[in-house]
Design a binder for this molecule. Structure first.
Ligand SMILES: [Zn+2]
Length: 65
């Protein structure tokens, strides 16, 4: 499976459907998260706040709206 980076400049905030690289748990996260987002199962960090779009550290499966 190919990893794809999403680098579309998009001022609108989005939700991302991601998969935890450690345990495979799938969950929805906010791409402008202002707090660390952790996997609900294994507590791995999935996204870090950067002041703008969060740095996503999980596999993005789908971008929602
Ligand atoms: Zn996990």
């Amino acid at each position: 499976m190919k990893k794809r980076k999403i680098l579309i400049p998009e001022p609108k905030s989005k939700f991302l459907y991601v998969r935890c690289p450690d345990c495979g748990n799938e969950q929805i996260i906010f791409d402008h998260a202002s707090m660390l987002v952790r996997c609900g199962v294994c507590n791995r960090i999935l996204a870090r706040p950067t002041g703008g779009t969060a740095k996503i550290e999980a596999h993005v499966l789908k971008v929602l709206g």
